[in-house]
Design a protein around this ligand. Sequence first.
Ligand SMILES: [Zn+2]
Length: 167
Amino acid sequence: MHTDSDRFLITPSEKSLRDLRAQDFILVDSNGQAVRGVIDSNRKPSIETRLHLKIYEARNDVASVIHSHPIHVIIYSYLDKPLPFLELLGKTRSIPIIPYYPPGSYKLANEVAKQIRFNDAVILKKHGLVTVGKTINDAYELIEALEKNAHIRISVQQLFGSSKDSV
Ligand SMILES: [Zn+2]
């Protein structure tokens, strides 16, 4: 999460998001250096800190970035094609998918940053999803909507086969 100055709140690595408390977040500068919140070597900023910072650099209109691993979006990503997404106003847009790159890598951060310029969501093949928003809620709601969308598309394909053109 982008704070008012050039500081970002990042989740700690290897900690379940379910158990996260406000004091667990780590404040980093634009180089990913922790400025507050690291208390020992077991508590470090997420390995995807670089990814988050690259996105904030590419999109100064967003204040929240969420990287998640929604199960149906990941399954859908094996199809290797953009996820069509019907928005509330009836407009369809396609959520782009990028090839697989190792978690925490420069390549992953750069590819996501490239795509996120034009989209509020990017699918990471065989890995997960990145969404952005003006608030955490916006970014979170987008995860829910895309996960539901991917779930429906996968289920339709299972029931009716891959010839179904809506999948
Ligand atoms: Zn991940």
